[in-house]
Design a protein around this ligand. Structure first.
Ligand code: NAP
Length: 283
């Protein structure tokens, strides 16, 4: 299967008819809930099981979704379950779900490193699993999410999951074995980009700009450049060439980036994060 990028938004109508249950009501669950509500899914179709009373109260008060303490209360009525707990507790959470009650459900897992086969086996088969690796910009509905179906998931399941995550940003479908590379690139990527923005901002301050002006210019430069890549579809090198005039300021700056090995450093960083994701997945 080739990696394929699809633009938002499709299949939202299908979602509005579906009861969606969250196992774990933390940050990512909250981001997905926000996206679902913004996409017109009624709050009455969203249920969340969450151990923290404070979180349950926040989700109920802020978003009007149903909340409960026991995972089973969400599993029973919801044909689509989003596993949004930390990978470390995943084994215990799956053990706590009676496999009979999970039969025939679509399990959507956003848990980093947890393989679809592991979830299928933990629930004694009979569940369709789709894995998704979103990233932190989901919190502002600008996520990049990669989706991989498990062995029993159907094309309709994948379409439904895409329509959920397209409400949070942009999606693509990849083979499960590529999810470690996705984790190394877009999963960890926001941290690299925050570092880049901070460095640009520091450089602006060093050269006399007030911090707030430097940070705004740095962040907007990254946002605008990213939009140009996505909207033109041009290779980044073509866009770079267009703003690099002979004997100008940009080529002087680019020369330093090449001498200092920025490109190789970024590639090595993504390699390291990808390898770490593989290591954690094996555990
Ligand atoms: N954050 C990201 O950018 C990102 C990106 C891609 C994937 N993910 C994945 O998304 C998942 C959730 O991450 P997050 O950042 O949202 O973490 P989080 O904020 O810690 O949310 C996890 C929630 O699950 C709850 N929980 C713990 N044990 C539970 C149980 N037995 N049953 C039900 N709920 C339980 C936690 O409650 P307590 O706090 O009370 O323990 C917490 O509210 C992780 O698997 C992570 O790998 C996150």
């Amino acid at each position: 299967m080739d990696s394929e990028v699809r633009k938002p938004i499709t299949g939202v109508e299908m979602l509005k008819e579906t009861r969606i249950g969250f196992i774990g009501g933390g940050n990512m669950a909250e981001a997905i809930i926000k996206g679902l509500l913004a996409g017109g899914v009624p709050a009455s179709n969203i249920m969340t099981a969450e151990p923290s009373a404070e979180r349950r109260e926040l989700l109920r008060e802020t978003y009007g979704v149903s909340v409960c303490l026991n995972n089973e209360e969400v599993v029973l009525p919801c044909p689509v379950l989003i596993m949004a707990v930390k990978p470390q507790v995943c084994g215990d959470v799956l053990k706590g779900i009676a496999s009979g009650n999970a039969q025939g459900k679509l399990i959507v897992s956003i848990m980093a490193g947890v393989k679809t086969g592991y979830i299928e086996a933990a629930l004694n088969g009979g569940v369709r699993v789709v894995r998704v690796m979103p990233n932190t910009p989901a919190l502002v509905l600008e996520a990049a999410s990669a989706i991989s179906p498990g062995s029993l998931a159907t094309a309709d399941d994948v379409a439904l999951v895409r329509s959920i995550f397209e409400l949070l940003g942009t999606t693509c479908e990849v083979e499960e074995k590529l999810l470690d590379a996705v984790t190394g690139l877009s999963g960890s990527g926001p941290a690299y980009v925050f570092t880049f923005i901070e460095a640009l901002s520091d450089a602006g301050v060093k050269n006399g700009l007030p911090r707030n002006v430097a940070s705004m210019l740095a962040a907007q430069t990254v946002l605008g450049s990213a939009k140009m890549v996505l909207e033109t579809g041009d290779h980044p090198a073509v866009l770079r060439e267009r703003v690099t005039s002979p004997g100008g300021t940009t080529i002087a700056g680019l020369h330093v980036l090449e001498n200092e090995g920025l490109r190789g450093t970024i590639m090595t960083a993504v390699d390291a994060a990808t390898n770490r994701s593989k290591e954690l997945g094996e555990k």
